[in-house]
Design a protein around this ligand. Structure first.
Ligand SMILES: [Zn+2]
Length: 273
């Protein structure tokens, strides 16, 4: 497996290179993956944090061939580098919307298609982790750039109100119907068995949801109480993060009429039957 080392460009396929940003952490795993697609004309996906060294590496790697800068979503480990990379290359910045101090030159959404001389990239709107999240499919290699919708080695956090569990699962089901040969995630290694990975995600979320519903039916009346009962397999240091996912599941269950409750810190109970 190709190594994940910050500052070193690594070829993943004839058209795709990856540069790891130096921002490892609980939420980012080894760091953010920046991808360069194409040789004659280069599209950069997720320039990452605003890190001078990282942006210099990307610019050096793309030479004067960088034509487009794309982001998957506007979280701080993915999009802030866009402005600095634009300053270095003059390439326009594309993304779903202006937010979190990210200002695209062009807003794009579902169905957007970038036609370069050697390749075609299609945007797939995949809300759930972030409402403005786009995945990109490289037609020629059937490689999906999944941002934080699907990761390798760390868990995707769904934090309402911008995060939405029902939308997240819907988007996963949609990706499952697409012809995808590999997944290049925002964090971690290339995923060579996309269908198995998506199934693993769907199974995991389904199990969590059932356990959360059972916990509420068994008397766990707050998000914290549910976390304590359900997340026994997760280190306690991660429980503050798990709270958001539990809340996201509860909102989905509430919209399905299975539980009732309002917010992250309030009371939750089974729906009256
Ligand atoms: Zn991320």
């Amino acid at each position: 497996m190709a190594e994940l080392t910050p500052g070193v460009a690594c070829a993943l396929s004839p058209l795709v290179r990856r540069v790891l940003a130096p921002n490892p952490g609980v939420m980012t795993g080894p760091g953010t993956n920046t991808y360069l697609i194409g040789i004659d004309e280069v599209a950069v996906i997720d320039p990452g944090p605003d890190d001078e060294g990282h942006l210099d590496t990307i610019a050096a790697c793309g030479g004067d061939r960088i034509r487009w800068i794309l982001v998957t979503h506007t979280h701080l480990d993915h999009s802030p580098g866009a402005a600095g990379l634009k300053a270095r290359t003059g390439a326009p910045v594309l993304g779903f919307e202006a937010r979190d101090e990210f200002t695209p030159d062009e807003t794009i959404g579902e169905g957007f298609c970038l036609e370069a001389t050697e390749f075609r990239l299609r945007a797939v709107h995949t809300p759930g982790h972030a409402s403005n999240h786009l995945c990109y499919l490289l037609d020629q290699e059937r490689m999906l750039f999944s941002g934080d919708h699907i990761m390798q080695g760390s868990t995707v956090v769904i934090a309402p109100p911008d995060g939405d569990m029902a939308a997240y699962l819907d988007a996963l089901l949609r990706l499952k119907t697409m012809r995808i040969r590999s997944i290049a995630p925002g964090h971690g290694h290339l995923i060579e068995d996309p269908k198995a990975k998506i199934d693993e995600y769907l199974t995991h979320r389904g199990e969590r949801e059932r356990a959360i519903l059972a916990a509420v039916e068994g008397g766990a009346g707050t998000v914290d109480a549910v976390v304590e009962r359900v997340y026994v397999d997760v280190p306690e240091a991660l429980h503050p993060i798990a709270r958001h996912s539990v809340y996201a599941h509860l909102l989905k269950l509430s919209s399905e009429g299975k539980v009732q409750g309002v917010d992250l810190d309030g009371e939750w109970s089974p729906a009256a039957r």
